[in-house]
Design a binder for this molecule. Structure first.
Ligand SMILES: C[S@@+](CC[C@H](N)C(=O)[O-])C[C@H]1O[C@@H](n2cnc3c(N)ncnc32)[C@H](O)[C@@H]1O
Length: 285
């Protein structure tokens, strides 16, 4: 059996106490972590296998874990609203983003979605991330560097009204307030049939985007929303937590059609594409 992997100096560690509060620390020899349950010396953590139980000087237990990418994103410094993990994971599947994909996103913001995209497309794919604000891209670059993904991303400081440099990209995601203004630019950058996605906080923004998509040679349009309800993991009293994030944004997906082939749905058409297929309907020959 292989040796369990151990915490080393410089590693980022996740410490979780009984209160479920998560603390992220970079392990540095000689440093200490102060908690309200007592002090943990980094020297006592360095060398331990991940998954160990450790005690503070007051005898309170903490778990020593390697943080997930989600833990890292939750602890990022941010100066913008970010795409939440529940949405980001679904975006990857809906837009078929994986190793080797070339994907454009705008705006970069704090880089939360950029991290998810970069993690998915590596090692051979590429993320082209546009934002008009230099402070956003400085922070996003720093955040990407902190998780070791900076090399997968090309940052471009530009108003996307001026267009994208890339052509024939597999996927393009817009997280900015007025995506309807940039559909021509998006269509020009996307490969025929390429994946378009956007996230918007309000329903009236979605309506506006729908009208524009139908006019701009996009088809197979879907509007969806992801609700995530966390539970208190207590076996005898299993129940949802008292509070949840009730709304992040509406997700809009579409495909870039060959120009001139857009088909507008009739107003009373039901969104059949988002309903589960009838038995046999989705059989692929
Ligand atoms: C909500 S933030 C994006 C958050 C990001 N997806 C994340 O997960 O961290 C929106 C960003 O869009 C940028 N933006 C707005 N309009 C833009 C435009 N026309 N061109 C480029 N960037 C734009 C803003 O500067 C802002 O950083």
């Amino acid at each position: 059996m292989s040796e369990p992997r151990r915490a080393r100096p410089g590693d980022i560690a996740l410490l979780v106490g009984r209160d479920r509060k998560r603390r992220l620390v970079r392990l540095e020899p000689g440093e200490t972590l102060q908690t309200h349950k007592g002090v943990v010396r980094h020297d006592d953590l360095i060398g331990l296998p991940w998954g160990s139980r450790v005690l503070t000087h007051m005898g309170f237990p903490f778990l020593l874990l390697r943080p997930s990418l989600n833990d890292r994103i939750l602890h990022l410094r941010r100066i913008s609203q970010i795409v939440y993990s529940k949405d980001a994971g679904y975006i990857l599947l809906k837009m078929s983003i994986g190793p080797g994909t070339r994907v454009i996103e705008a705006g970069t913001g704090s880089g939360a979605l950029t991290i998810v995209l970069a993690h998915a497309v590596r090692p051979d794919g590429r993320v082209y991330s546009y934002d008009v604000r230099p402070d956003m891209q400085r922070l996003a670059r720093k955040n990407l560097r902190s998780v070791g993904l900076e090399d997968v991303v090309e940052f471009k400081l530009r108003d996307v009204a001026e267009g994208f440099d890339e052509r024939d990209v597999d996927a393009l995601f817009l997280d900015l307030p007025n995506p309807w203004d940039y559909l021509h630019q998006a269509h020009t950058a996307l490969a025929n049939g390429g994946f378009f996605g956007s996230i918007l906080p309000t329903a009236n923004q979605v309506s506006r985007l729908l009208v524009a998509l139908e006019r701009a040679s996009f088809g197979h349009i879907e509007v969806e929303e992801i609700l995530l309800r966390p539970y208190k993991p207590v076996a005898e009293r299993l129940r949802p937590t008292d509070q949840m994030v009730a709304h992040t944004g509406f997700l809009v997906f579409a495909r870039a059609l060959v120009s001139g082939t857009a088909v507008a749905p009739s107003p009373d058409e039901t969104p059949a594409a988002t309903e589960p297929p009838e038995e046999g309907e989705d059989d692929v020959p």
